[in-house]
Design a protein around this ligand. Sequence first.
Ligand SMILES: Nc1ncnc2c1ncn2[C@@H]1O[C@H](COP(=O)(O)OP(=O)(O)OP(=O)(O)O)[C@@H](O)[C@H]1O
Ligand SMILES: [Mg+2]
Length: 163
Amino acid sequence: MTVRHTLATAEATRELGIRLGRLLRAGDLLVLTGDLGAGKTTLTQGIANGLGVRGPITSPTFVIARVHPGLTGGPALVHVDAYRLGGLAELEDLDLEESLEDSVTVVEWGHGMAESLSDSHLEIVLEANPETEERTLVMRPTGDRWDSLTTDLDKDDAEERPC
Ligand SMILES: Nc1ncnc2c1ncn2[C@@H]1O[C@H](COP(=O)(O)OP(=O)(O)OP(=O)(O)O)[C@@H](O)[C@H]1O
Ligand SMILES: [Mg+2]
């Protein structure tokens, strides 16, 4: 099952991230795909907010993986930017398996590599519209874990929870 969202502004992308972050739990693996500037880090900022982890979430030039500890007893967020990684071997060198079970792991540019970390993962593809700020976000879940999550996210949409 794929789920599609249209996000008019960076704020809308962050807001969806917040709602998603609230539903995530330790062991979850998200693989974010999309061109430079598509909004992967912006979405991750929302996820971090929803999860309640220490920020800031940035796109550092030289740091490939960063651990953001939970602030309220929840899991840490491990934020990985695989853009500069040469391949699977280098991703494996990061030992993400070590932290996977106890953390929420978000890998930007991980397509084709990070999926091997876990049978269960949520791929999120962001696509920019060349004429507007609008982004199209598509979720492609692998594994049972995500069925309820994508439904809960839609339920939440209807409620229009303030954040
Ligand atoms: N609807 C939108 N959703 C997300 N970002 C948007 C949107 N509209 C405009 N933006 C802007 O686009 C930029 C997205 O940058 P961001 O760093 O999130 O992209 P990225 O996919 O992580 O890029 P990179 O591949 O370089 O890591 C930000 O400056 C953000 O403010
Ligand atoms: Mg980024």
